[in-house]
Design a protein around this ligand. Structure first.
Ligand code: FAD
Length: 370
């Protein structure tokens, strides 16, 4: 039976990034039930870095992660992980209150008027969209580049990954966890639960109280850019009440109805209804003819009940660590979250200061649900 210091369950961005940091401190095994890391939520995101998105804790960790994305460790990647693309939160006359709330929440945002909105995204109807808030610090994230970079570094540090390995049992003895997968059994002093939508199920296997995490389905699709237009430099356009968003994507336009439909943990798929809702909501504010949907997909965004991440040892067990509830922000926050996890598990951090992590600890702790 293989013996490790740390076993991380789940090779999405949360598990991959934390496993990479832990592998610098001890023998680390990353277990993934699918044949590929990143198969679930991580591989289905809109791949955007939005420092002005989410609550104050999410935004703080996202901004901290930006330092990693813009200056990753040597050898992590040979091309930029973020390509600048502003985030434009748009509002109708009826949404002025929401716009003000959004502007108040983040110092990254600037007010922008309807003419400036129309000149940056010419399909928007400025008779309907009256104002917006723009964040020039946002950008497209190279999720695959991030995953590859973490995986490469993890392997250089002698970290091991086992794919097609579903964790089916977790037993705690006095000093070790025994982790049983569909293929094998392993032992580790510390187990990290980074199983995304399945994190509560992993807790139950370990005899630990679930946190009532809520997986919610979100749909995305790609449509053609109108022939006479070049959308390359358009900002990401987000309804200020998050009823839809659109974003240029390699010559096409990515649309989402920003749906949040409660779901079981599963390999989710898009529903025709949500695709129709996205097109309808977007066509209400802009002229975007959609003759066909070129590709559509859906993924699960898994939230704690207060919409903040869960990072910390379980209150009932000092060797069971939660890295869960990444919601709609798991990619943009991964570097900061991995740093926080590494500090809480090993006492070492790099990206964020010890003081800053300690200040965030209570807000992230699973203890807030007990
Ligand atoms: C449409 C959409 C758009 C999004 N856009 C963005 C965006 O622009 N920016 C952003 O930051 N975030 C975005 N998100 C959210 C982001 O994708 C998630 O927050 C993030 O991917 C969560 O990562 P994770 O590692 O927690 O989960 P996952 O990627 O789902 O990883 C969990 C892993 O655990 C594995 N696992 C589960 N159970 C077991 C088991 N028993 N044994 C072994 N392995 C197991 C799963 O197979 C899975 O690979 C978006 C999400 C969606 C769906």
């Amino acid at each position: 039976m293989g013996e490790y210091d740390f076993i991380v369950i789940g090779a999405g961005i949360a598990g991959m990034s934390l496993a990479c940091e832990l592998s610098a401190k001890g023998r680390t095994l990353l277990l993934e039930m699918e044949s590929q890391p990143g198969y679930h939520s991580t591989g289905r995101s809109a791949a955007y870095y939005a420092p002005a998105y989410g609550n104050d804790v999410v935004r703080e960790i996202t901004v901290a992660s930006g330092a990693f994305f813009y200056e990753p460790p040597a050898g992590f990647t040979d091309h930029p992980l973020v390509n600048n693309r502003p985030a434009l939160f748009v509002a109708t006359k009826q949404q002025q209150q929401s716009l003000q709330k959004t502007l108040n929440a983040s110092s990254h945002l600037e007010l922008i008027d309807r003419d400036a909105i129309e000149s940056s995204v010419p399909i928007i109807d400025k008779g309907i969209i009256t104002q917006g808030a723009i964040d020039y610090t946002g950008g497209d994230l190279d999720v695959d580049g991030l995953m590859q970079g973490y995986q490469r570094l993890f392997k250089q540090r002698k970290g091991e990954i086992s794919t097609n390995s579903t964790v089916v049992a977790l037993q705690k003895s006095s000093a070790f966890w025994r982790v049983t997968t569909t293929n094998d059994s392993y032992q580790a002093k510390t187990v990290v639960n980074a199983a995304g939508a399945w994190a509560d199920q992993i807790a139950i296997l370990a005899g630990i109280k679930p946190l009532l995490l809520q997986p919610k389905r979100r749909t995305a699709m790609l449509v053609d850019t109108p022939l006479h237009l070049n959308s390359t430099d358009w900002p990401m356009v987000i309804d200020v009440d998050e009823q839809f968003y659109l974003k240029p994507d390699a010559g096409q336009i990515l649309l989402s109805p920003a749906d949040e439909t409660l779901s079981e943990a599963c390999d989710t798929h898009p529903e025709e209804f949500d695709i129709a809702v996205a097109i309808d909501r977007i066509q209400r504010i802009c002229s975007l003819p959609v003759e066909k949907v070129n590709h559509s997909w859906a993924g699960l965004r898994t939230f704690a009940t207060d919409n903040t991440f869960v990072s910390g040892f379980d209150t009932s067990c000092e060797s069971f660590y939660w890295q869960a509830g990444q919601g709609g922000y798991g990619v943009q926050s991964c570097a900061g979250m991995a740093d926080i996890g590494c500090f809480q598990i090993t006492g070492d951090c790099g990206l964020m200061s010890e003081q800053r992590i300690k200040k965030l600890a209570d807000k992230l702790s699973p203890a807030r649900f007990s």
